[in-house]
Ligand binder design. Structure first.
Ligand SMILES: NC(=O)c1ccc[n+]([C@@H]2O[C@H](COP(=O)([O-])OP(=O)(O)OC[C@H]3O[C@@H](n4cnc5c(N)ncnc54)[C@H](OP(=O)(O)O)[C@@H]3O)[C@@H](O)[C@H]2O)c1
Length: 318
């Protein structure tokens, strides 16, 4: 049976996006006529059936679209029962972001991960991960992403900028340019504010949530002993201020949602590549860093909101 055959006659739904091929159904009980679930689209790749009288006793059915990773085309829809006790996360970014998405998706307590990307769609191995293209400086797109999510228990922002497009971190004040400054602020600072603004209503409904952004130790004002990298440092210090300020607001408004800044360590990635050639002491693979960061987030409590954590669980001064 194709999804067209299933949805259109049974639910009067014809507007569900892309072409379908096969559809494996796993409904716990057959539903009776007249009790039709409503189809709600929550993302480009998934949808939920919901109905108060749904005979599966409030159990929602989740339809996830599988993408063929090689041909990058639609493969099939898989329908599964939605478990409301498990967590739903949104993670942004590439190297560290993908490693975090895989690490969380491997956790039994996690039901789904929405992983956003901008230029290169990541190849992911877990079927729990749905990828979505998103430019985090586009506020309308950020808002729309959250409008299409039904539930959210955690946000990890792992996008950032250090060099590229002919721009480099500045070794001295004479190298500073407005282009470098604005680029760093745009990529390292603004996305966190937009993510917090537009995920707030969803995180508020979670019984145990978290909101975090990958910062960098060089964003600590107190820890700055080397100087240089003006724009990157400034953009991460500004990011830290946003997270600290958010933690104060949300300690009242969203008391079940701790806010944290995270330092991932030095990690092999496109971002760090030009600066790790000359015998950096400790360099992590993305998977190692993600495993350290996950441990911190797994143990984060609301009482610990508003802090800046290094990969090893120690605190970094703001
Ligand atoms: N790697 C390290 O050693 C290290 C150390 C300390 C802190 N960090 C921080 O860790 C975070 C992740 O870095 P990474 O090592 O994983 O670097 P990465 O592989 O270069 O990933 C950063 C990603 O951010 C994306 N991005 C930038 N601006 C964006 C926007 N407006 N909307 C959507 N995506 C955007 C980039 O997308 P495009 O591909 O489209 O450009 C890029 O893929 C960064 O915040 C970085 O500052 C990294």
């Amino acid at each position: 049976m194709t999804l067209d055959h299933f949805l259109a006659p049974n639910y009067g739904c014809t507007n569900y996006g892309s072409k379908t091929e096969t559809c494996s159904l796993n409904l716990p009980q057959p539903h009776s006529r007249g009790q039709l679930p409503t189809l709600i689209f929550v993302a480009e790749c998934s949808c939920f059936f919901q109905h108060a009288n749904f005979p599966c006793a409030q159990k929602n059915i989740r339809a996830t679209r599988e993408i063929d990773p090689i041909r990058n085309t639609h493969r099939k829809f898989v329908m599964t029962e939605k478990d409301t006790t498990k967590k739903h996360l949104l993670i942004t970014g590439s190297t560290i972001g993908v490693a975090l998405a895989e690490a969380f998706a491997a956790d039994d307590q996690v039901a789904s991960v929405t992983l956003t990307w901008r230029s290169h769609r990541p190849v992911v191995s877990s079927p729990k991960i749905t990828t979505k293209q998103l430019d985090l400086t586009d506020e309308a797109a950020v808002s729309s992403t959250f409008k299409h999510l039904e539930r959210l228990d955690g946000v990890i922002n792992a996008v950032g900028f250090l060099h590229g497009h002919g721009l480099q971190p500045e070794k001295s004040i004479s190298r500073v340019s407005s282009a470098t400054f604005f680029k760093n602020m745009e990529a390292n600072t603004l996305p966190t504010m937009l993510l917090a603004k537009h995920s707030r209503h969803l995180l508020k409904g979670s019984p145990a949530a978290f909101f975090t952004s990958i910062s960098a130790k060089v964003g600590s004002i107190e820890d700055n002993r080397l100087g240089g990298w003006y724009s990157y440092r400034a953009s991460k210090a500004a990011l830290n201020m946003i997270l600290k300020t958010l933690s104060l607001e949300w300690s009242f408004a969203l008391p079940k949602c701790p806010v944290a800044a995270l330092h991932p360590g030095t990690v092999v990635s496109r971002l760090s590549e030009p600066f790790t050639k000359h015998g950096h002491r400790q360099i992590f693979s993305p998977e190692e860093s993600a495993s350290h960061l996950k441990k911190i987030l797994d143990n984060l409590t609301p009482q610990q909101t508003g802090r800046f954590w290094s990969w090893d669980g120690t605190e970094i001064p703001w």
